[in-house]
Design a protein around this ligand. Structure first.
Ligand SMILES: Cc1cc2nc3c(=O)[nH]c(=O)nc-3n(C[C@H](O)[C@H](O)[C@H](O)COP(=O)(O)OP(=O)(O)OC[C@H]3O[C@@H](n4cnc5c(N)ncnc54)[C@H](O)[C@@H]3O)c2cc1C
Ligand code: SF4
Ligand code: SF4
Ligand code: SF4
Length: 377
């Protein structure tokens, strides 16, 4: 038995890191999710690649050593990052100490997200901002796992896979930073969305993407896609990709059973500081959770580049739910995504109305004063 039989696979690539025969590749399956493929002719059935199923590898309570709010002192950085730029400033701090930093970048040519290594600040720039797609990270994970002086920023399942591999080979892990992670959607959704933008919004060629543009504020963030001549911009309320993604209609099945919501293998966890505490802040604030002593020491040194303050439990956003229920319409959404049906028609079939209806509803709601909306909530 090998990793191809794992029932709650999330495509983290950890099995490929652990296989002593190096016969595991990770590729996209027909549903648009990364999955391991094994050269069965060379598999010895040693079972090492099944470590993700047994609870092996150290995990820490998220924020067990303290939780901080952070916003970069540099306004340009906060504007370019998804939350407050705390994760970016941490990457810059580590780079300044000689670490190679591994993080995720979007490639307009392949329309995919991949982990790459940064050795200079220019290399860090494209890592800024969340890309809401599953990142191809195996090469970076391999490099990171073999270099205790490196740093790896990624999803909690990727980070847990690196710590597991380091513990299996009894080597010191790199600095590990993970993200509060909602989940990753199917690449079928992303490709359909790009076809929709080419058809309806006349975008051509390679497209640059910002999944978290803040021109309309941190809370009302927008998806911005451009071909250099034309630019598409819609808030997450109005954009079709976000409507499917944020309703969990086509997340990787592994995300619904994710074991890393309350616990983490990372030294630091970063996320948006959503909730009441910063509800009037539209620049953005990062939540940084110290999970290990190594992480706590790093966060203390961030006060030179960030407005950093320790936060008390009453101010923290509500803790993540353990399980993410599978919506009743997920199966039908996935079935339609596999067909040639255009995305706006799938929207109509699944959400019961044309895309313009939700936009109109949101525009009307926006006319109601903020204080009244809050009282109604
Ligand atoms: C798929 C995904 C889901 C998320 N879900 C939530 C959520 O539900 N709640 C919440 O509070 N925060 C969530 N986040 C985290 C949040 O969006 C910010 O990334 C985080 O707050 C750090 O932002 P920052 O401004 O401090 O720094 P930034 O510089 O903006 O941080 C970006 C960092 O994220 C990494 N990254 C970007 N895209 C990916 C990717 N696809 N895979 C792996 N690593 C990536 C980059 O390497 C970089 O280190 C999610 C992020 C991702 C990528
Ligand atoms: S969850 Fe990760 S380690 Fe486990 S089988 Fe899937 S890709 Fe491999
Ligand atoms: S069972 Fe062993 S040899 Fe086969 S894929 Fe897994 S780790 Fe590799
Ligand atoms: S929700 Fe969990 S399983 Fe899914 S990408 Fe995030 S960390 Fe991985």
């Amino acid at each position: 038995m090998n990793c191809t039989s794992v029932s709650h696979c999330s495509g983290c690539s950890g099995c490929a890191l652990l296989c002593p025969s190096d016969i595991v590749k990770v590729e996209e399956n027909a549903d648009g999710f990364l999955r391991p493929i094994v050269d069965e002719t060379r598999c010895t059935d040693c079972g090492r690649c099944l470590a993700c199923e047994s609870a092996s590898g150290s995990l820490y309570k998220t924020g067990g050593l303290g939780v901080f709010s952070a916003a970069s002192n540099d306004e340009g950085t906060t504007a370019a990052c998804s939350s407050g730029g705390g994760a970016y400033e941490l990457a810059r701090l580590l780079l300044g100490r000689g670490c190679v930093v591994h993080g995720a970048v979007y490639n307009p040519e392949s329309a995919c997200v991949k982990h790459v290594a940064a050795r200079t600040e220019d290399g860090l720039t494209p890592m800024r901002g969340s890309k809401y797609l599953q990142s191809r990270a195996l090469d970076a994970m391999r490099e990171g796992a073999s270099d205790p002086d490196a740093a790896f920023f990624g999803t909690p399942c990727q980070v847990a896979a690196i710590r597991r591999a380091c513990e299996a080979s009894v080597t010191k892990p790199p600095v590990l930073v993970d993200l509060i992670c909602h989940g990753v959607p199917s690449m079928l959704l992303w490709r359909k969305h790009l076809s929709y933008l080419r058809r309806k919004h006349k975008l051509r060629g390679d497209l640059t993407v910002n999944f978290r543009d803040k021109a309309k504020g941190w809370h009302d963030f927008s998806l911005v896609v451009s071909d250099g001549r034309r630019t598409y911009r819609k808030t997450h309320w109005d954009d079709l990709f976000f409507r499917f993604f944020l309703r969990d209609l086509c997340l990787d099945p592994g995300c619904h059973a994710c074991p890393y919501r309350a616990e983490s293998a990372a030294d630091v966890r970063a996320g948006d500081f959503w909730g009441k505490r910063f509800r009037d802040n539209e620049r953005g604030v990062t939540l940084l959770a110290a999970n290990t002593e190594r992480g706590l020491a790093l966060l203390r040194d961030l006060s030179e580049t960030c407005a950093l303050s320790p936060e008390d439990p009453p101010h923290l956003p509500p803790p993540p739910k353990d399980g993410l229920p599978v919506p009743g319409k997920r199966a039908m959404t996935m079935e339609l995504l596999r067909t040639d049906t255009p995305l706006e028609q799938i929207h109509h079939r699944i959400l019961g109305h044309a895309p313009a209806f939700t936009s109109l509803k949101h525009k009307v709601l926006k006319l109601v004063p903020k204080a009244v909306r809050r009282a109604l909530k």
